[in-house]
Ligand binder design. Sequence first.
Ligand code: PLP
Length: 367
Amino acid sequence: MVDVLGQYHRYQDEIDSAVLEVVRSGKYINGPYVARFERAMESYLGVKHAIACASGTDALQLALMAIEIKPGDEVITTPFTFAATAETIVLLGGVPVYVDIDPETFNMDVEQIESKITPRTRAIVPVHLFGQPANMTRINEIAHKHGLVVIEDAAQAVGAKWEGKMVCGIGDMAAISFYPSKNLGAFGDAGMVTTNDDKLAHAVRTIANHGSERAYYHDRLGVNSRLDAIQAAILNVKLQYLDEWNEARAAAARMYTSIFSEYPALLRTPSVDSRATPIWHQYSVMLSGPREALAAHLKSAGVPFNIYYPVPLHLQKAYGDGKLGDFPHTEHAASHILSLPMHSELTSEDVAYIAGEVIAGLLIAHD
Ligand SMILES: Cc1ncc(COP(=O)(O)O)c(C=O)c1O
């Protein structure tokens, strides 16, 4: 699905020397390399504060802790996302309140949000799924009207834009993941919280360091979520190429779409909102028929694929007490979606081969 080694080999000298520099510096956690990466991300995203932490999951948790989510507080989000979006809410005693997705973009259907607001609602967590921004204009409008905090789950969307503005600085806070397979991936776990709010930034930084502003004095409950300097140094090198890689992904997406558009009866290509500039973290198609026959064909042709996500969060025992039928668009997507290889190292021959096998597999299943 991704070619992390292929990408590494292209930039091996630069990355190796950045890692060696950290090893020889003796400064392994936070420190100058992490600070340099934070400032670089602030400038890339056009955001006032970027606070590095240990993972995207931690970034969500830190953001929720910074706004002091308490047991029983409700947080409105989507059931069609990676587990961490709801896991962190539940971990703090909060209640994820789901709204169905827009079947075109797979992102939250913003028009359903207001009907889910109660006196216990504290925040909205939109997810920019597969690298396509959620409708932040409408989400911010609703949040301002009802006094709610907006935390963007931008784990999959670093570099994406909504109405020409980089995500991560549109809501009150954002959570980023640098998991190795992300568009900007570290060589291990890594994450970041961004915000334009000085107080929230201070809270996040303090919470990530055991709630401590001064060594061995702890005024609030915190966690240990710091970034390794080696990861920061790697990310600093890779950040320079992110736009180029995202453009390579966009070119692959355009090619997939132009091939698949010839077969509207078999599958639907991803729709892009006219206000969004996605970064194609995933290229996910919706199949008209059953998925199993295509999956078997792709396996035999050696074409990787994945299902993001087979079980919506309202149907997961750990963080939902929902039932089948609660969110029809989400459930339909979960059972008909299929994601194809998408990364910066794909050649046009790769895309043509993969797309050809997808069509062949669908035609076999169709007959
Ligand atoms: C939407 C979403 N949120 C949160 C996360 C969590 O990030 P991490 O794996 O860095 O903890 C991910 C990671 O896959 C994600 O896709």
